[in-house]
Every structure is written in C-alpha cells, then in structure tokens.
Design a protein around this ligand. Structure first.
Ligand code: PRP
Ligand code: URA
Length: 209
C-alpha cells in the first residue's frame, strides 16, 4: 500500500514472533519490545537529512555529516507507546517527547483522550508518533489530529502490528503521514483485536488484564 513501509528485517521478525506467543512472559515481552524498538527506530530514521560540520580529528580537519534541522520529537500514545519510546530514546537521546493519553472505549472502539503534553515548538520538527498497535486506527488518527492542531505538519507513524482495516482508515484520514510497521496481519475480529496479532499490547507489557 502506498505510504506504508513494512520493516522486514530478520531480527525484527524473529523477535515479533516471540512476542506473539501467548506463553511469552511479561518480562520477556517488555524486553523484546524495547529491543525491537531500537531496530524500528533505525529504519524510521533512515531517510533523515544530513548536513556537514567542520570537525578536527586527531589527524586533520574534515567536513563530517551530522543530522540537519531541529531535534526530533517522539510522540508516544499511552500506555503501550511507552514500550517503543524507551529503545528509541536510547538511539536518539536528544529527542523531545510528547505524550498522548488515549484509551479505546471497549464498546464503541472510539479513542477517548485523557492526557496531552507536547513540546511548545513542534511545528518545525519531525514528529514520529509511536504505538505498537494499529487496529481500527481510531487512536492513531486522533493522536495525529491533535498534533496537527498544535501545528505539526511533518509526521511519521511507527507501529509493530497493523490491521489492513486500520491502515486503510489511517491513510484516508492522514494521507500525508507515512506509516512504518513490522507486519500487516490478517484482519480485525468483532472486538476490534488484530488477528492473529499478539493480544492487548498494554496488558501484555504491564501484566494487567
Ligand atoms: C491499544 C493500543 C493502541 C490502540 C489501538 O491501546 O496500544 O493505542 O489500542 O487500537 P485502535 O487502532 O483500534 O485505536 P488501548 O486502548 O488498549 O490502551 P492502553 O495502551 O492504555 O492499554
Ligand atoms: N489494541 C491492542 O493492544 N491489541 C489489539 O489487537 C488491538 C488493539
């Protein structure tokens, strides 16, 4: 699908398979999500622009590449987004962080907002929105709408698993926002869960039910 990149790196795929297994423990699930997030971060930042800076090595001066533009913003959709955030901040420690608190109403599957906090000056920064799951896409669509209302116009969305239904809805709502995912699964079930999926990402990360 146009605007959707599937990150098919073998390490990502292997770790994702372990995360999907129903008997994988909370501790392992959390560790794997953190590990996988660094690999996903590597791919979602692959096209970042570089500029040159004059530096001195012990031997000579040189023009060396450095990231161009302002610091990145990582926007985590709570709760499960925080599982991706940690590893990404390890790779890009200077990134700014936004938090968007949303939960899915279990009956309507609408995204209900309960928290929003973002850096003031997000309009001229690349914002990478992270959430492991894109199911109906109601949460991701609402989070990105909110960030756009705050002036953001350079966004990417990064998840671990996407449903075809969610990808379609997301691309219709935000055609300007590229999506990066480790896998596109079969479908959504009648409760809005991704099948085969991995279950409820937040519950599996935090051991809640
Ligand atoms: C999960 C997940 C996404 C959302 C995806 O969060 O982390 O945010 O569902 O579903 P959607 O695409 O249909 O909106 P949940 O609402 O369970 O909240 P939690 O992260 O606090 O557990
Ligand atoms: N949210 C999850 O955590 N899992 C799903 O399968 C769908 C939404």
């Amino acid at each position: 699908m146009h605007g959707v990149t599937v990150i098919d790196h073998p390490l990502v795929q292997h770790k994702l398979t372990i995360m999907r297994k129903k008997d994988t423990s909370t501790a392992s699930f959390r560790r794997l999500l953190r590990e996988i997030s660094t690999l996903l971060c590597y791919e979602v930042t692959r096209e970042l622009e570089l500029t040159e800076e004059e530096i001195e090595t012990p031997l000579s001066k040189m023009n060396a590449p450095v990231l161009a533009g302002k610091k990145l913003v990582f926007a985590s959709i709570l709760r499960a987004g925080n599982g991706l955030l940690e590893g990404m901040l390890e790779l890009v420690p200077s990134a700014r962080v936004a938090h968007v608190g949303l939960y899915r109403d279990h009956d309507t599957l609408e995204a209900i907002e309960y928290y929003f906090k973002a850096p003031e000056d997000i309009s001229d920064r690349l914002v990478i929105v992270v959430d492991p799951m894109l199911a109906t896409a109601n949460s991701a669509i609402a989070a990105i709408q909110k960030l756009k209302e705050r002036g953001s116009h350079n966004l990417r969305f990064l998840c671990l698993l996407a449903a075809p239904e969610g990808l379609k809805a997301f691309r219709e709502a935000h055609p300007d926002v590229p999506v990066f995912t480790a896998a596109v699964d079969s479908h959504l079930n009648e409760l809005g869960y991704i099948v085969p999926g991995l279950g409820d990402a937040g519950d599996r990360m935090y051991g809640t039910k």
